[in-house]
Structure formats: structure tokens, C-alpha cells
Design a protein around this ligand. Structure first.
Ligand SMILES: *Cc1c(COP(=O)(O)O)cnc(C)c1O
Length: 247
């Protein structure tokens, strides 16, 4: 059976709306990012035709090829989010093709992107990827137990302060991935912890961090209930990934 992207999208949107209803949120405050890694341009074009504005990709080489094709065939402007781990040597190409980098996961990468942004005379929106779950196979700034552990908290807050001060980067918020679990309800503490981290950072550092990017196919309703401002959904829209999708 071919995947019906428009109908999948409408189910995902309904689930987002229902999660908003349960928690008294306005569905307009949740952005749906269609994660299109490994999918061919035609699938993305179908999603754009069904109203998608935001796409997430995790590999620069793949995105460089797909983005111009899809942009050209979309009737409205599209916003491209880099959501995968980024190697330093790919930083420059990333700046050339993406609008937002959600996977800023080290200070060193931030400094490099800042320098390159300066050279190209642009400012790029970034989110800091935060490892709340503490899983060792995950990238991101260390944030496990940040509420209980003063050392973790101090280091993390210092990193946010430093990233926020880098020229050429516009820090808009935080991104995380929950662990794979048996029951999606088990992801709630991870999302709640990221939401609490944003509140604490905003009050301590004195600037706004409007974006909370959290929730994927297996757990996005919980993320929305816990305050996600964007969800990154792949398989529920496009079906199973085609090649060896990372992450
Ligand atoms: C692949 C990926 C997603 C989407 O995952 P699905 O389970 O297909 O919804 C979201 N975020 C990141 C960082 C990813 O790598």
C-alpha cells in the first residue's frame, strides 16, 4: 500500500490538536516539523502540497540535494531545520542550506558556526540540543539531573550563556530526544524536565527562549502536553524510513 501522506498528516494534526485540548493550549502554538530524512523529494513535495512549511533533515549531503528541488516545486516558502549531529567540517555547508540548526550540541560547534556565520554575513537561528535523559548514546549538552546536581546545572547554564553571546547565532530555544520506551507515558519526565529547564534559564539569564523542540512519532502527544512548541515527526507522516536513517 502506498503511503498516503496527506491523510497521515491530517491524523498527526488531529493528535496535536487533541493534546492541546487536553491541556488548554492553542494548537497554533505548536509547529509541526516534517522529518523527511531518507525520503525522496516527491514525498516532501507531497507534504508541502498538504500544507507543511517546516522540514527536518539530519544529513547535510542529503539535504543539499533535496532542498533546492523541493523549494522549487513548493507553492510556498519552506523552512529547513537541521536536526542531526553535525560534524565541524560540515558546518559551513550547513549554514548555506539550512534556516535553523536544532542540533547545536557543543560549545566548540557553536564557536565554529559563529565564526562561519560572521564570514558569510548572516545570522542563523539555533537551538541547543540538551541530553536530559542521560543516555550515553545521545548527543547534546549534559543535563541529566540538572535540577538535583549543582555542578551539572552550573556548567549547563554557563554553556547557554556562552552560546547566547556568540555573534551570528540567534539562540531561540532547546531541543531534546526522549529515550525509546515501552509506554509513551514514560517519556513525560524527560519533556517536563526540558520545559522546567527553559523556565529556569529564562528567569536566571534574563532572556527569552521561546522554542521547545521535543516529541517524535512515538511520543509527540506527551511532548505537546508538556509544552512543546515544535514536534519533529517523521514515520507517522512518511511511513518507515527508506534507507539507513540515523537517529
Ligand atoms: C529521525 C528524527 C526524528 C523523527 O523521528 P520519527 O520517529 O520518524 O518521528 C525527530 N528528531 C530527530 C532528531 C530525528 O533524528
Amino acid at each position: 500500500m502506498p503511503v498516503d501522506i496527506a491523510s497521515n498528516l491530517s491524523s498527526v494534526r488531529t493528535m496535536i490538536e487533541e493534546a492541546c485540548l487536553r491541556t488548554g493550549r492553542d494548537p497554533k502554538t505548536v509547529t509541526l516539523i516534517a522529518v523527511s530524512k531518507t525520503q525522496p523529494p516527491d514525498a516532501l513535495i507531497a507534504a508541502a502540497a498538504a500544507g507543511i512549511v517546516h522540514f527536518g533533515e539530519n544529513r547535510v549531503e542529503e539535504a543539499e540535494i533535496k532542498i533546492p528541488i523541493v523549494n522549487q516545486r513548493s507553492s510556498h516558502p519552506l523552512t529547513w531545520h537541521m536536526i542531526g549531529h553535525l560534524q565541524g567540517r560540515k558546518a559551513k555547508d550547513t549554514l548555506l542550506v539550512f534556516d535553523v540548526i536544532e542540533s547545536l550540541d557543543t560549545l566548540k560547534l557553536g564557536e565554529r558556526l559563529s565564526r562561519l556565520a560572521g564570514e558569510t554575513g548572516r545570522t542563523i537561528d539555533v537551538l541547543m540540543e540538551v541530553n536530559v535523559s542521560g543516555e550515553t548514546n545521545k548527543y547534546g549538552f549534559v543535563a541529566h539531573n540538572w535540577q538535583e546536581n549543582p555542578d551539572i546545572r552550573r556548567t549547563l547554564f554557563d554553556s547557554v550563556r556562552q552560546i547566547a553571546s556568540l555573534p551570528g547565532l540567534h539562540l531561540t530555544g532547546l531541543m531534546t530526544m526522549a529515550p525509546i520506551v515501552a509506554q509513551m507515558e514514560e517519556t513525560r519526565p524527560i519533556f517536563a524536565s526540558l520545559a522546567a529547564l527553559r523556565v529556569a534559564l529564562q528567569s536566571e539569564l534574563g532572556f527569552a527562549l521561546p522554542e521547545l523542540s521535543m516529541g517524535m512519532t512515538d511520543d509527540f502527544p506527551i511532548a505537546v502536553e508538556e509544552g512543546a512548541t515544535s514536534v519533529r515527526v517523521g514515520r507517522a507522516i512518511f511511513g518507515e524510513r527508506i534507507a539507513q536513517g540515523q537517529g
